[in-house]
Design a protein. Structure first.
Lengths: 161, 118
């Protein structure tokens, strides 16, 4: 973690180089906020319309029976739904060849795991979320432990809200 | 978030063999459909309850949304609950619904109840 002295130094350094916007009155600031808000509202409506279009995307039937290994052994893709009608599968990287292996999952994937909301909220809308990745064992000692550690990391990521 | 190890061509079949991504599936009994896929910069927006629901075929399932006919929808706010309270109280609490439906009326009723209790 950076020291406050270090941060101050960084801040001063940045302050000199930065070409910051004008300083204005309360009224001018509010007027600028209102001008931007028009565009922001347009974006919100546009995003809603895009989501509505997304809900009308055609569906593709799965022909293969996919199999995964979970904490309780072999499971099918159907099992990943945990009884819900909707499932989101995030492909995370935690395998040999990925930076941080075997102590950590990919930094980007771990950052993503840190920002995941509580699954009970998704479950309330008949939806669940799972992470999928590659076999972390492959007959090497200790890698099973690393996977367990990764499970913990994901769970901790969920708890830090 | 539960972790599952891929054992077959799942990653190749759904475009995630070399890079991260979110695949969305819908289940009708035993039949499974792929309904959506997002990766690259699209992935970074994922994480909130709303960002996930917005990429699902049913959406947020709230009645303000433009969804195809017959899709499940309930009013916003009313189904919202504490994350550890859905099991013990699956239906919305009548007082919470009252506050959301008629905030001014609910405030009056609360004051009346408090006056009675004191």
């Amino acid at each position: 973690m950076a020291t406050s002295k270090g941060r101050d130094k960084e801040h001063t350094k940045g302050h000199i180089a930065m070409k910051t916007p004008p300083i204005v009155s309360k009224e001018e600031w509010e007027a600028a906020r209102q001008r931007l808000l028009v565009k922001e509202k347009a974006l919100t409506r546009s995003r809603d319309a895009l989501a509505a279009e997304r809900r009308r995307m055609p569906w593709m039937a799965l022909e293969k029976k996919y199999e995964f290994e979970g904490p309780k052994g072999k499971v099918s893709l159907l099992d990943l739904f945990e009884g819900c009608r909707q499932l989101i599968v995030y492909r995370a990287f935690f395998e040999p060849g990925v930076f941080g292996w075997p102590e950590h999952a990919c930094r980007g994937c771990s950052l993503g795991a840190d920002q995941v909301s509580h699954l009970a909220q998704l479950n309330a809308r008949d939806t669940t979320l799972a992470a999928g990745g590659h076999r972390a064992t492959e007959g090497k000692d200790g890698l099973g432990d690393a996977l367990v550690h990764h499970h913990r990391q994901l769970r901790q990521g969920l708890r830090r809200r | 978030m539960p972790w599952y190890t891929i054992t077959d061509s799942f990653d190749k079949d759904f475009g995630v063999d070399e890079w991260h991504g979110h695949n969305v599936f819908f289940r009708d009994g035993e039949r499974v459909f792929r309904t959506y896929f997002i990766n690259n910069r699209g992935d970074e927006a994922m994480g909130t309850t709303w960002s996930y629901l917005d990429i699902t075929p049913l959406g947020r399932q709230e009645n303000w949304e433009d969804s195809p006919e017959g899709y499940p929808q309930t009013p916003p706010y009313k189904w919202w609950n504490w994350h550890d309270n859905y099991d013990s109280e699956p239906t919305p609490h009548p007082k919470w619904v009252d506050i959301i439906t008629d905030p001014a009326g609910a405030a009056i009723r609360r004051r009346e109840e408090e006056a009675k209790a004191s």
